[in-house]
Write a protein that binds this ligand. Structure first.
Ligand code: C2O
Ligand code: CU
Ligand code: CU
Length: 488
């Protein structure tokens, strides 16, 4: 394989190979005290410790909860902001469930606009009151959702957010997202478990959420304020030798994150619903919007930063729009490891390998092409798949329930687009000409500008109608979404 492709592929698959990481004290003096790196939007002098969202656990196989959506005044990065919130906070609560559980959610919409709910990445029914993106819950209404996880549902980090076509980017940029953890039996022994929901938004001077311009919508808006659990550059404190597990969600509407902790020693446990058999050392991890990563951190003494290194996600039509500032490098949090060292925890057991759909011949093959063109209203861009914009009444891909299909997803445009499919699991088998050897399961797959990816899609379960779309949510709202129906 050529080195260009293999680098692209390793980024795509979530990690770079792990040689050459400098650990220990080297470089600490260059990092400086955390308060020197504080940015606009973070008023006041004190560093805040990372706060965890409220954790709700299933009991006896059921998690029953209410999710109240409202416009709320919250303290965000040291300022008072008018955000859209789930249960009054940004992010919303973390739901902790196990395979086989029932997740019952009463969505109560106290907004003056419609919304709905999507459980991103869960393999559950898309029908009725399940993970149904075609539902709309009007202002003042409530709706009882039911998500039934199969007994063999993969463990992993998932998330929930609104999915009302046309309003998704605005509502997520406004603050509506939360984490879902699906945990199986062999838990990894750790000193501390953290959820890190990374999001971005832009606040106006009076503390409202800034609207996006046409140009920002075309490129996919990125917020000026980068947040971790609703905090700007919080601090994570630990003692040397402690083992932490970080479940990171990229809840940004359009921003790509290339996560690294240069003076630490991150190990990859998994991305989306895919797992490493044993923890694998990585230098950085690319998370397209919507992706999640499960990281193991064995803390080294010293002060370091969780950063995004920056990623070039391309530009619209021959550099017509500047893209230099998009998904650029930034500091997300400070990691302070000090105090008495703790004795290390036990070995982590090797996992069983993830399933591999290549054991059988695909029942069908199809191609799906991401398209952008001129000629939208007011001279803007049009976004779609196969030169059609989203129409919820049309079925774009009609598949037979119980089959496995091979999809070639192509991106002939000048910018990257993250491809996301609801409900049905995708195994990446080829990326721009490079075979992917290990079973690699993703629900958001970045398709680079001019590139393509081949996947196998498992339609064994959950017949019904759902969607695939670009997870740059401005593009999804603009029409880069299609309908897939699995039936007999
Ligand atoms: Cu995270 Cu269809 O969405
Ligand atoms: Cu989704
Ligand atoms: Cu896109």
């Amino acid at each position: 394989m050529s080195s260009g492709i293999s680098r692209r592929q390793s980024l795509q698959m979530g990690a770079l190979g792990g040689a050459g990481i400098v650990v220990g004290g080297i470089g600490l003096s260059q990092t400086g005290p955390p308060w020197t790196t504080r940015r606009a939007g973070d008023r006041g002098g004190s560093v805040s410790n990372l706060v965890q969202p409220e954790l709700l656990r299933s009991e006896k196989g059921v998690l029953r909860t209410e999710l109240v959506v409202s416009r709320t005044e919250v303290e965000l990065a040291g300022v008072t902001a008018q955000m859209l919130t789930y249960n009054g906070s940004v992010p919303g609560p973390t739901w902790h469930v196990r395979p086989g559980d029932r997740l019952e959610v009463r969505l109560i919409n106290n907004l003056d606009e419609a919304t709905n709910l999507h459980t991103h990445g869960l393999a559950v029914s898309p029908e009725g009151n399940g993970d149904n993106p075609f539902l709309s819950v009007g202002p003042g209404e409530s709706f009882d959702y039911l998500f039934e996880l199969p007994e063999d549902h993969p463990a992993g980090v998932f998330w929930y957010h609104p999915h009302l076509h046309g309003a998704v980017a605005d509502q997520i940029f406004g603050g509506l997202y939360g984490t879902i953890l699906v945990e199986d039996r062999d838990e990894v022994p750790v000193s501390r478990d953290r959820v890190l929901v990374i999001s971005d938004t832009t606040l106006t001077d009076d503390g409202g959420v800034a609207p996006a311009s046409q140009g920002q919508i075309m490129m996919g808006r990125e917020g000026e304020l980068l947040l971790v659990n609703g905090q700007s550059q919080p601090q994570l404190a630990a003692r040397p030798g402690e083992r932490e597990r970080w479940r990171v969600v990229n809840a940004c509407t359009s921003r790509y994150l290339r996560l690294a902790v240069p003076e630490q020693d991150p190990q990859l446990l998994g991305v989306d619903a895919g797992h490493e058999r044993s923890p694998r050392q990585v230098e950085d991890v690319l998370l397209a919007p919507g992706n999640r990563v499960d990281l193991l951190m064995t803390m080294q003494a010293g002060t370091s930063e969780l950063v995004t290194l920056g990623y070039d996600r391309g530009g619209a039509m021959m550099g017509m729009m500047g893209n230099r500032d998009l998904s650029g490098p930034a500091t997300l949090a400070t990691v302070v490891v000090e105090g008495d060292a703790v004795t290390s925890l036990g070995q982590i057991a090797e996992r069983l390998p993830d399933p591999d759909l290549r054991d059988r011949e695909p029942d069908n093959r199809r191609q799906i092409t991401m398209t952008m063109g001129m000629g939208g209203m007011g001279g803007g861009m049009t976004f779609g798949f196969d030169d059609r914009r989203f129409d919820g009444e049309r079925i774009d891909q009609s598949v037979t329930a119980g089959t496995v299909e091979e999809w070639l997803i192509q991106n002939p445009t000048t910018m990257d687009h993250p491809f996301h499919l609801h409900v049905w699991p995708m195994q990446v088998i080829e990326d721009g000409g490079t075979r992917v050897e290990e079973p690699t399961w993703r629900d958001v797959i970045n398709i680079p500008a001019g590139g393509w990816v081949r996947v196998l899609v498992d339609f064994a379960r959950h017949p019904g109608r759902s969607v695939y779309h670009c997870h740059i949510l401005d593009h999804e709202d603009a029409g880069m979404m299609g309908v897939v129906a699995s039936g007999t």
